[in-house]
Design a protein around this ligand. Structure first.
Ligand SMILES: [Zn+2]
Ligand SMILES: [Zn+2]
Length: 151
């Protein structure tokens, strides 16, 4: 996806902001992201993007918007998990992919529940290939997510 601001470079950042009472999601290239952080006026960009129409998902149960969820990192209710699955799952897959290389699972307070699911799948995978060493590590991580201390 191209940067919403300059429309020249590949966007690497997503940023949400309220414009005219609507949450607008911008996709920005690193350069434009830097300009925005530095306080450049992006209102024209927001206006353009907000008029493009919002494909934002809103939870019908608690009213949490996709933009809100992504920027705050919190799901509003149980239902949100279902509603935002299409947004959350691709991110998780990305994390999972990355974790194969580094052997680390980035901990995100946002997605504890989802992390837990993901670990369970990893655990199944580890057990399937009889990698008990890895399985033990994953179990420890799951324990941590449950709020318990390590054994
Ligand atoms: Zn740009
Ligand atoms: Zn909700």
């Amino acid at each position: 996806m191209l940067c919403d601001a300059c429309k020249k470079k590949e966007a690497e950042y997503q940023t949400t902001n309220k414009y005219d009472g609507v949450v607008v999601k911008l996709h920005l290239c690193p350069e434009c992201q830097r300009k925005m952080v530095a306080g450049a006026d992006f209102s024209a960009v927001f206006e353009r993007v907000s008029k493009r129409g919002s494909d934002e998902i809103v939870c019908p149960s608690c009213g949490t918007r996709e933009g809100e969820m992504l920027s705050s990192g919190y799901l509003g209710c149980e239902r949100c998990y279902e509603v935002f699955a299409s947004v959350i799952l691709p991110r998780l897959r990305k994390i999972q992919k990355g974790s194969r290389h580094t052997g680390k699972v980035p901990y995100s307070p946002t997605l504890v529940k989802e992390d837990y699911e993901k670990l369970r799948i990893e655990l199944d995978n580890a057990l399937a290939v009889e990698n008990y060493n890895e399985a033990a590590k994953i179990k420890a991580k799951m324990q941590k997510l449950r709020g318990g201390e390590n054994l």
